[in-house]
Ligand binder design. Structure first.
Ligand code: SF4
Length: 58
């Protein structure tokens, strides 16, 4: 399993961090990044709430 954030699509809204702060953080560039690859159920919630459809899990 690998979690990806497409920075081109990321709006920097922080919704993924609110949903799953264990896995996502806002980087220095104001866009989201994956801080740790962990298969938590909240990752799916972050995918669902992302308005930019920027998070992919493979
Ligand atoms: S929810 Fe989506 S658009 Fe918002 S910061 Fe996270 S990855 Fe970016």
């Amino acid at each position: 399993m690998k979690i990806f954030v497409d920075k081109e699509k990321c709006l920097g809204c922080g919704a993924c961090v609110a949903a799953c702060s264990e896995v996502f953080m806002i980087d220095k560039d104001g866009k989201c990044k994956v801080k740790v690859q962990r298969k938590l159920s909240c990752v799916d919630q972050a995918v669902d709430v992302c308005p930019g459809n920027a998070i992919k899990v493979e």
